[in-house]
Structure formats: structure tokens, C-alpha cells
Design a protein around this ligand. Structure first.
Ligand code: IFM
Length: 472
């Protein structure tokens, strides 16, 4: 195809946007909701930028109807949101709270009335604090609790929601939550990282079984991962080995058991000083290896690594937040490098070639399973101008490049069914608090007023025409 032609997407391509409960809902103490690990983490001094919390966030819990109208204006075909576990099952066990479930039922109904497909994520990092107090993800029981919770939500919403995702980015829950400690619950325990990763995988497997028990047969069940697109800085054997190690920890620790039913041998070898992996019980890998209807992939930027330098023990800047504690269990001294190129406000290099690479990889690895881009987007320092508008040309450029990458992958035969832009609204960006804006809709965190940015109008045009214009 010539460079000058617009990129036309398949007519049934799902055009979406995504958010997550703790990042937008607020109403942290209403209708029976109890603290999650993020409520606690936000209150731990020094953990979150300027002590920001999700107490109010975008106040979506009260303004959801206005937000649905914004989605209609954009012409969204689908909306990916997550359920707050502490809102529907406050102690992480036992019966559900009706008011919590009602909120998500109203949301799903509002979406359906507007012809927007609801896509549920059951777990986007906000574990009920009581479960963390009982040991959190390093405890096997948390996986059982997740399956119980998945069943409760499916019983309440299974009649109206067709797209179900068990977990979002288990890498962040395990490695940043229990390794580097830059995410809740902020623990820095190398073996707990591996245990947490395994119990998240097990939660996915048990949760998928519970969903299949309850949901109608046409429901689609999958998982969302954020695989590393890891590149060796040179083709020297040490650099190539560093890339293999980080790929095992970032990606294959999740995708190998989920897609192929076993943990990679090289991963177990690389981490044997830390753990003998005896927490993997007989039958676990088979439980994790459930048939999937789709695989969700989140992509933002690639990672460049090189071999450890002898004697160098300085903390690494791996792009996931500053910490004295490496999350890279058994490979702590691998070096991370900033690739050349334009960067977003997160410091992440803009490189859509990584998205093509990722899609091609999982087309092969997840043979015959449709793929969705469940997150992609960029933070920039957006400001309202004197006329009250936001001209976020850099974000439009980022989105154009990445949608072009999705289109290239489709042209190359990859079965990509949809794209969920991260994010609909500026929101609580975890340890960065409200300092990073990912939304295509600007949120004034004083007044909570929403203002669609230029990128929102641009995305609406892409959705309306089903094609990417020649220029961003
Ligand atoms: O905001 C997050 C989201 O919660 C998970 N994926 C990455 C986004 C940007 O950092």
C-alpha cells in the first residue's frame, strides 16, 4: 500500500477506550466499599506523588451518566472498565454487596442503551485490603478468593456483558507490587514476586473456570497482559541473554502457562537462587492453561537492555518507577537503556514498531486466538488554553503512529479485533498521582469538569470513518 493512502480498518473492528475503577471512580467510602491496597498505599507517606489519592479521582461513580454521553459523542463502539473488588465484595470473601453490583449493572445498561459494548476487567490492581492483610497475592488462597469474586460478578452481569477479562497486567501486580514496591502494597520481597505471579496466573485459571460455569456460551473470556517488547542493545551474547532474561520475567512467566500450560525452564533456572518454585502444585499449570476466546495486549513502549557490568549494583531505571529494590528477580543487574526518539511525559520513547512486533509475536504464540489491543496511549503535559481548549497534537501523533502499526499488523495477517485507547479521561496515574495526563478528555481535578481534547475529536473522526487519515 502506498504511504499516501488512508488505512481502512475492517468494518467490524471494535473501536474502544479504557479506564480502571480506582483511577476514575472516587466514592472511596460509599455504599459499603472498603479500602483496597491502593487506598492504603496512597496514605503511606512518600509512596504517591504529593500524597494524591483515589478518594475522588474523576468522581465517575457519580458522573457516570455524563461520561457515557461523552462516549456517545466520540462514537465509541466499546468501553473497557474494571470492577472494584472492594465495592462488590468488601472483605474479599463472602456474599456480594448489592449496591456495588447495582452500580456496574447501571453502567452496563447505560452502555448498551447507547450501543456501546461493555468490556469488563475483573481485576485492575485494587485488591481488598483484608486480603492483603491475610498475605495478599503471595498467598495461594487469594487465587481462590478471586474465583469466588469472579463468579459473583458474572452472576450479576453475565446477562448483559459479553466481553470478560480476568486480570489486567499481572506483571505490575506481582513485580511492582511485591518486588520494586513502587505499586501497592509496596512490598520488596523477591520470592513473593514469583509466588504472586503464580497465584495471579492461578487466579486467572480458576476465575476463567468460574466464569465459564456461570456465563452464557457466547460470552468471550480472556486476559490482558502487558508483554515487554524487549530488545538487546547489541547482538553480543551477553546482551541477547539479558533480553532473554527480562522477556522471561516480564512476559513468559504469564503467557507461557496461560497459553502453553507450563512455566519456562530458563525462568526457573534464572531464579533458582531465590526460589525452588515449590509453590507450584501438581495440576496448577493445567488449571492456568484454560481455553481463551481472546488475548488482550497492552503496549506503550519497547525496552532496551544490555548485559550486567561486573561490580555494578546501582539501581536500574527500567521505566517502571524509581526504587532501590529491583523487581527483576534473579536478573537484578541487567542494564536498562533509554532508546533514542521522542518521549511522552512518562519518559517512554514513542516507537510504534514495537506494537507491530508484539502483535506478530502473539499471532504466532496464541495461534488462532483473536487479539485486542486493550490499552495504548500516551501522557503529555496538556494545558487548557485561554479559550478552554486542549491542542494535544503530540497525542494525536502518538495515536496515529500506533493505529498505523495496528493496521500494518492486520495487513500482515494478524487477527486484531479491536483497539481500546488508554484513556478516556485524565485520571489517577498510580504512584504519579494526578501529575500525568493520559486522557483524550481533559479533567480539571478542582472542578471535575470534562473537556474533550483535540485528540478526542480526532479519534471520533477515525471511528466515524473507520479509517486512519493519511496525516495525523
Ligand atoms: O494507567 C495505567 C493503567 O492502569 C495500566 N496500564 C498502563 C497505564 C499507563 O501507565
Amino acid at each position: 500500500m502506498s504511504e499516501k493512502q488512508p488505512r481502512v480498518f475492517p468494518s467490524d473492528f471494535l473501536w474502544g477506550s479504557a479506564t480502571a475503577s480506582y483511577q476514575i471512580e472516587g466514592a472511596a467510602r460509599e455504599d459499603g466499599r472498603t479500602p483496597s491496597i491502593w487506598d492504603t498505599f496512597c496514605r503511606t507517606p512518600g509512596k504517591v506523588f504529593e500524597g494524591d489519592t483515589g478518594d475522588v479521582a474523576c468522581d465517575h461513580y457519580h458522573r457516570w451518566s455524563e461520561d457515557l454521553d461523552l462516549m456517545t459523542e466520540l462514537g465509541l463502539g466499546a468501553y473497557r472498565f474494571s470492577v472494584s473488588w472492594s465495592r462488590v465484595q468488601p472483605t474479599g470473601r463472602g456474599p456480594a454487596v448489592q449496591r456495588g453490583l447495582d452500580f456496574y449493572r447501571s453502567l452496563a445498561d447505560g452502555l448498551l442503551e447507547r450501543n456501546i459494548t461493555p468490556a469488563i476487567t475483573l481485576y485492575h490492581w485494587d485488591l481488598p485490603q483484608e486480603l492483603e492483610d491475610a498475605g495478599g497475592w503471595p498467598e495461594r488462597d487469594t487465587a481462590e478468593r478471586f474465583a469466588e469474586y469472579a463468579r459473583l460478578v458474572a452472576e450479576a452481569l453475565g446477562d448483559r456483558v459479553r466481553l470478560w477479562t480476568t486480570l489486567n497486567e499481572p506483571f505490575c501486580s506481582a513485580f511492582l507490587g511485591y518486588g520494586s514496591g513502587v505499586h501497592a502494597p509496596g512490598r520488596t520481597e523477591p520470592e513473593s514476586v514469583l509466588k504472586a505471579a503464580h497465584h495471579l496466573n492461578l487466579a486467572h485459571g480458576l476465575g476463567t473456570q468460574a466464569l465459564r460455569d456461570v456465563l452464557p456460551s457466547d460470552a468471550q473470556v480472556g486476559i490482558t497482559v502487558n508483554p515487554g517488547v524487549v530488545r538487546a542493545r547489541t547482538d553480543a551474547p551477553g546482551d541477547v541473554d539479558a533480553a532473554r532474561r527480562i522477556d522471561a520475567l516480564h512476559t513468559r512467566i504469564f503467557t507461557d502457562p496461560v497459553l502453553h500450560g507450563s512455566y519456562p525452564e530458563d525462568l526457573k533456572r534464572d531464579t533458582r537462587q531465590v526460589s525452588d518454585w515449590s509453590f507450584v502444585k501438581e495440576g496448577d499449570e493445567a488449571t492456568i492453561h484454560q481455553p481463551l476466546d481472546f488475548l488482550g495486549l497492552n503496549y506503550y513502549t519497547p525496552t532496551v537492555v544490555s548485559a550486567p557490568v561486573e561490580g555494578d549494583t546501582a539501581p536500574r531505571n527500567d521505566g517502571h518507577g524509581a526504587s532501590e529494590h529491583s523487581p527483576w528477580v534473579g536478573s537484578e543487574t541487567v542494564n536498562f537503556h533509554l532508546a533514542a526518539g521522542d518521549r511522552t511525559d512518562m519518559g517512554w520513547v514513542v516507537d510504534p514498531t514495537g506494537l507491530v512486533q508484539l502483535l506478530r509475536r502473539f499471532q504466532e504464540e496464541a495461534s488462532n486466538i483473536p487479539l485486542y489491543i486493550t490499552e495504548n496511549g500516551a501522557a503529555f503535559e496538556d494545558k487548557l488554553d485561554a479559550g478552554g481548549a486542549v491542542h494535544d497534537a503530540e497525542r494525536i501523533g502518538y495515536l496515529h503512529g500506533h493505529l498505523d502499526a495496528v493496521h500494518q499488523a492486520i495487513e500482515q495477517g494478524v487477527d486484531v479485533r479491536g483497539y481500546f485507547l488508554w484513556s478516556l479521561l485524565d485520571n489517577f496515574e498510580w504512584a504519579y498521582g494526578y501529575s500525568k495526563r493520559f486522557g483524550i478528555v481533559h479533567v480539571d481535578f478542582e472542578t471535575l469538569r470534562r473537556t474533550p481534547k483535540a485528540s478526542a475529536r480526532w479519534y471520533a473522526q477515525v471511528i466515524g470513518s473507520g479509517q486512519l487519515p493519511v496525516e495525523g
